[in-house]
Design a protein around this ligand. Structure first.
Ligand code: HAM
Length: 416
């Protein structure tokens, strides 16, 4: 029997995994650069956490969760997103009672039982951040700028940033009165009407043409912002402008998760077709309180590593592998093999990145391996070199060789 990976998962084997790694590390480094600290979370949680946190009307909760009963009869769900888990952990560790804002980043696999297609997987990867406990436009701008920087660091250009505001509770209440009235006059089936009663904003996100058409003239939340929410949103825009970050205001943006309030945003890549959302996020007043913690607001994002890798490929960006080998070593003959193994082990102990040809390869095929390895230098050690205690070390870029004594090899590699 031949096993295959489960349907719709994304997985990365070498050499593509090296590109995936470059993307993921670049996204992480932008978060670290902005002062975010690692939060390492379990990939499964109590089902109720997501049902309550993400929202009962979302596709994620109603159709896409991987939920099962564990051996103790508890209902467990593979995490479909990161924010609810971060809130749970922040509350559990009492960080919400410490110094604010709490700024954390996370990275890993997430799970949604979606219909697989290019750029949409059932297991996918995100790098995300959350800044909790401060409701200032400065932190909104910091979060958006960090996401934008993480894309620019990779060299991406063909994407746009869309932003909107879902306002505070006063804004949403005022909007809801008019939206409910508007929806009451539409021709909708029972299930859709029930969904709209829980969260009428979901109808903006309905993919059916009949619903989309009817929603064309629906009242838009952005036109109902309270004075305070308007001032906040204007301040975020001014800050983004002062950072030189371009954005568009999308009055009809609906995020797939229910917890959003205030500033919300999405990054859309122009060459990715249907699955063009490469990252998104926003503010979530009330989420932490709803999950049993302090009444703190927060804001964050999730960047889709898989889609960002596809975006880099579509822009033909060269992603140079991280951790390039300092040296690739080749032994000729039994005696030399032992010596090469020792040299390689010693250099690795000294912190250098080194690989070698194993087995009894002919010199030509071993040299091919050295070429493919991408190492900066290679060396060939045979009986002669053993006698002389010095080796010809070849610079793989220039093709030039230089004689180096075995004892000074480490220093040579470090200084080159
Ligand atoms: P989200 O928009 O659901 O937000 O997901 C963030 C990103 O994950 C998307 O923009 C997309 O790039 C990627 N993604 C989502 N689903 C899939 C999939 N099935 N296959 C491949 N990539 C996918 C969140 O998850 C929020 N927790 C973000 C957030 C953090 N908001 C506030 N804090």
């Amino acid at each position: 029997m031949k096993f295959q990976a489960p349907k719709g998962v994304s997985e990365y084997a070498p050499p593509r995994s090296l590109h995936f790694e470059v993307v993921r590390e670049s996204l992480i480094s932008a978060a670290v650069q902005a002062g975010y600290l690692l939060m390492e979370l379990p990939v499964f949680e109590d089902t109720e956490l997501f049902a309550r946190g993400v929202g009962e009307t979302t596709d994620v909760v109603t159709k896409e969760m991987y939920t099962f009963e564990d051996r103790g009869g508890r209902s467990i769900t593979l995490r479909p997103e990161g924010t609810a888990g971060v809130m749970r952990a922040v509350i559990e560790h009492g960080l919400d009672r410490g110094q604010l804002p709490v700024k954390v980043w996370y990275s890993g696999a997430f799970f949604r039982a979606e219909r697989p297609q290019a750029g949409r997987y059932r297991q996918f990867y995100q790098v995300g951040i959350e800044a909790i406990g401060l409701n200032d436009p400065e932190i909104d701008a910091e979060v958006i700028a960090t996401a934008d920087r993480s894309l620019k660091k990779l060299g991406l250009k063909d994407y746009r940033l869309e932003i909107t505001s879902l306002g505070d509770s006063q804004s949403r209440k005022a909007h809801r009165v008019d939206l409910d009235k508007f929806i009451a006059g539409l021709d909708l089936d029972e299930a859709t009407r029930t969904k709209a009663q829980v969260n009428p904003l979901r109808l903006f996100d309905d993919k059916r043409e009949s619903v989309q058409k009817q929603m064309e003239n629906a009242p838009l939340l952005l036109n109902y912002l309270s004075e305070e929410s308007t001032a906040h949103f204007n301040a975020v825009q001014s800050l983004l402008q002062s950072f030189g970050i371009d954005f568009l205001i999308n009055k009809r943006m609906v995020r797939g998760l229910d917890y959003y309030t205030g500033t919300t945003f999405e990054f859309i890549h122009e060459k990715l077709g249907a699955q063009s959302g490469i990252g998104g996020g926003g503010r979530y007043d009330g989420l932490m309180k709803q999950l049993g913690g302090a009444d703190l607001s927060g804001i964050g994002y999730g960047m889709g590593v898989d889609r960002i890798l596809l975006a880099c490929q579509s822009e033909e960006i060269e992603l140079a592998p991280l951790g390039k080998l300092d040296l690739f070593a080749i032994a000729l003959g039994e005696e030399a093999k032992l010596k090469v193994a020792q040299i390689v082990n010693q250099l690795r102990n000294a912190g250098l990145t080194v690989d070698m040809a194993y087995g009894d390869r002919a010199l030509k095929s071993a040299m091919k391996m050295a070429d493919k390895s991408g190492a900066k230098f290679s060396l060939v050690l045979g009986a002669d070199e053993l006698q002389m205690e010095s080796i010809a070390v070849k610079n793989m870029d220039s093709g030039e060789s230089q004689s180096v004594t075995i004892s000074s090899l480490e220093e040579f590699l470090r200084d080159s």
